[in-house]
Design a protein around this ligand. Structure first.
Ligand code: TXA
Ligand code: MG
Length: 338
């Protein structure tokens, strides 16, 4: 399939590009667009065949539900049964922005969006280009991250081109995404809201707004509890070479592996990188501000190619604030910890 490419600046929206992309979406095609977290691969959430194109292009398991993106809170009443007080508070505080709220579905979207669940995830992205496209199309748009399933999510249009060019109808380039990790998914169908996926909005920030929030015990990866967001059980974010998380003594580990004949790539913050001697270091933000690590993480995971490295070592972080989301992704991407 021929993929259309548009480049749209965040200041002056290209009207023609917006209309073309919106028209393809209305006709049931899948189109990638920028959000403030990662690029999404969108399709009309009310059109089962359109949604099927997302699953096919990504190679996504059909039991993993999709988040529904809307431009405005007013669209909620068509999609969900009722909006509990806590959900309103979260929407007030963080939407448009990197949060997804799970609510009881009214059944207005195609069945393959919810993958058999009676709930639905709703998100209003704040990226000016993504939001403008949603306003233009005026339909609920189902959109997972615009990557081949299992690979790191795309934070630049070139990542989407790499994974999906020729497989989807269009790719809208609106520049790098900014936050760099997916939205925080909060289940508001229970009396006490539960974080199903840590993300752009921290648990600490949510607590300040609604008092209590739980974290899905399944996220800890224990044997007993399964994660409640179906997507959290799959292998994810995998770079081309095996990845290990390193808690300390990065130089010694890299040297040992090099002596054993491995070609080692290192992902490190600028502070650690300064202290290392290695031919292949990819700098990923600063320890002084972990949001910069989040911003560059997926690009760093995509940086090292199979042809250049046989193993990747990545610095690890404490699970506070945005560090919780960073480590959630890294622990899924890694095959081990040393
Ligand atoms: O930031 C984001 O959320 C990005 C951008 C494109 O908006 N989207 C994204 O979608 O990350 P995706 O499909 O890669 O991840 C959606 C996650 C999965 O873990 C999925 O299982 C969970 O949300 N999810 C979606 N609907 C759900 C539901 N009704 N109940 C429980 N979990 C749900
Ligand atoms: Mg994804």
């Amino acid at each position: 399939m021929e993929t259309k490419h548009w480049t749209v600046s965040q200041q002056s929206f290209d009207k023609k590009a917006m209309e073309e992309a919106a028209s393809l979406l209305s006709k049931g095609e899948a189109v990638a667009f920028p959000t403030e977290t990662v690029y999404g691969l969108g399709a009309d959430a009310t059109n089962e065949q359109a949604v099927q194109k997302i699953f096919e292009a990504k190679g996504r398991p059909s039991d993993n539900p999709l988040i529904v993106h809307v431009a405005d809170k007013d669209q909620l009443k068509d999609l969900v049964e009722d909006v509990p007080e806590v959900a309103y508070k979260l929407l007030e505080a963080f939407s448009p922005g990197p949060i997804t709220i799970i609510l009881k579905s009214k059944g207005a979207v195609a069945p393959n969006v919810s993958a058999g669940l009676d709930s639905i995830g709703i998100r209003i992205p704040s990226h000016p280009v993504g939001l403008r496209l949603l306003q233009e199309v005026a339909l609920p748009i189902a959109a997972p991250s615009a990557n081949i399933s299992g690979r790191p999510s795309p934070t630049k249009a070139e990542h989407v081109v790499h994974d999906l060019d020729g497989r989807i109808a269009g790719i809208m380039d609106g520049g790098p995404t900014g936050i760099g990790l997916e939205s925080t998914v909060v289940d508001c169908t229970e009396a006490v809201p539960v974080i199903l996926r840590p993300g752009g909005v921290t648990a600490e920030a949510i607590q300040e707004v609604i008092g209590t929030v739980m974290v899905d015990p399944g996220l800890a990866g224990g044997e007993k509890e399964k994660p409640k967001a179906p997507g959290m059980k799959y292998t994810h974010y995998a770079p081309e070479a095996p990845l290990y998380l390193v808690d300390e003594e990065m130089q010694q580990h890299a040297d040992k592996l090099t002596e054993a004949g491995e070609k080692v790539g290192i992902i490190a913050t600028e502070e650690l990188a300064q202290m290392l001697q290695s031919e292949r270091i990819q700098i990923c933000g600063s320890r002084k501000d972990l949001s910069t690590v989040a911003e560059h993480l997926y690009d760093a995971l995509r940086h090292f190619k199979k042809s250049d490295v046989s193993v990747i070592l990545c610095e690890s972080f404490e699970k506070h604030g945005v560090g919780a989301a960073i480590m959630n992704r890294l622990e899924k991407a890694a095959i081990g910890r040393i």
